[in-house]
Design a binder for this molecule. Structure first.
Ligand SMILES: Cc1ncc(COP(=O)(O)O)c(C=O)c1O
Length: 359
């Protein structure tokens, strides 16, 4: 007779870092206006869906593991040479890849809470220790504190999220540059929202061999469902990461989608301009509601606070709006985050917040 093997036995064999992790969950949203994940609410530009679905793709074959066509298109878009580009199955995969190469047991990453939660999850999954240097009260980077934390021999990587999720704050270029120059460690600048902020460190890639820029098609380009991100860096650091990459990490359809989306860049720019205008309006109008404090943002989302955030999130959910209750985050405490929907949805959202706050 075979030995009993159940949940307990499986757990006993797993790494202990995994046992303390909670799976990432997101609410089902059949009828809600989804403002919780910082996506682009617009449909794809006219003609793009037909062009992509009509593309000739040999889906019975493995994709091009080198993603040559996508890299060519990205080189045109970013100005970084093809050999300095590494596409991934969303930035989430790339974060994990960075820790696979530069993190792991006995190594640490320096983070600036509050920031994107997946950095910590990926660190724990890979056994990488997390050193936290919180943002200053005015939501700026504590560059000095980060450089000091990074001076520990075990600290191999620093991740800066600019603009930062969830605060929306945009960091001073001098602070980022100081960290790149002074830390002597791998510095990842996550620019998931760069298309909205209009600011990027991409021109610094050729100057600094320890700089990695991370981008995604999930936000401004509206391809969140297709999972496509990329890293930019000098050839040597990209080559190191490429050694640990799964050979076919980006599927053929998503590669083609990225190439196609970049051809529609001018159409996306129009969507981005509308979202930027909407975000300005949301920020102003939220701040006019008694009991709400919204923070300035350089991204397509707004962080805001009120006396009972969990209750407000529930009240908004009951009215058909999904926002992200962030819980009690470092520096700011209990906070909510919402991303811009379509203009008409934003108008309804603001009315719903006013109503809910009056109750
Ligand atoms: C700062 C930041 N980086 C990366 C991501 C994830 O991007 P992807 O969809 O490419 O995995 C997100 C998504 O919310 C994000 O906010």
């Amino acid at each position: 007779m075979s030995k009993t093997f159940g949940v307990k036995e499986a757990a006993a064999l797993a790494r202990k870092e995994i046992l303390s992790l909670k799976p990432y969950t997101s609410k089902p949203y059949p009828r809600a206006v989804k403002l919780d994940a910082n996506e682009n609410p617009f449909p794809w530009p006219d003609g793009m869906r037909e062009e992509l679905l009509g593309a000739e793709l040999s889906l019975n074959r493995y994709p091009d593991g080198g993603a040559q066509e996508l890299k060519r298109a990205l080189a045109g878009y970013t100005g970084v040479s093809e050999t300095g580009i590494l596409p991934g199955n969303g930035s989430d995969e790339l974060i994990q890849l960075i820790f696979t190469v530069f993190g792991g047991e006995g190594r640490a990453v320096v983070l600036h809470p509050p920031t994107f939660v997946m950095y910590e999850t990926a660190a724990r999954v890979t056994g990488t220790k997390v050193e936290e240097v919180p943002l200053r009260d005015d939501l700026r980077l504590d560059a000095e504190g980060i450089i000091k934390a990074a001076s520990a021999p075990a600290a191999h990587v620093i991740i800066l999220c600019n603009p930062n999720n969830p605060t929306g704050s945009r960091f001073a270029q001098e602070d980022i540059l100081e960290i790149i120059r002074e830390s002597g460690k791998v510095v990842v600048v996550d620019e998931a929202y760069a298309e909205f902020s209009g600011a990027s460190m991409v021109e610094m890639v050729s100057r600094y061999p320890n700089l990695l820029i991370m981008r995604t098609f999930s936000k401004a380009f509206g391809l969140a469902g297709l999972r496509l991100g990329y890293l930019l860096g000098q050839d040597e650091i990209i080559d190191l990461l490429n050694r640990a990459r799964q050979p076919f990490n980006v599927n053929a359809f998503s590669q083609k989608a990225g190439v196609t989306a970049l051809r529609y860049e001018s159409e996306y720019k129009k969507q981005i301009a509308v979202i930027q205008k909407e975000i300005g309006k949301i920020y102003r109008e939220l701040n006019e509601i008694p009991g709400i404090r919204a923070y300035p943002t350089a991204a397509n989302f707004v962080l805001f606070q009120c006396a009972a955030p969990a209750q407000l999130a529930e009240d908004l959910w009951a009215r058909g709006f999904l926002v992200r209750n962030l819980g009690d985050i470092p520096v700011l405490g209990p906070s909510l985050r919402m991303s811009s929907g379509l203009p008409e949805e934003n108008g309804r959202f603001l009315r719903a917040v006013r109503e809910a706050m009056q109750e």
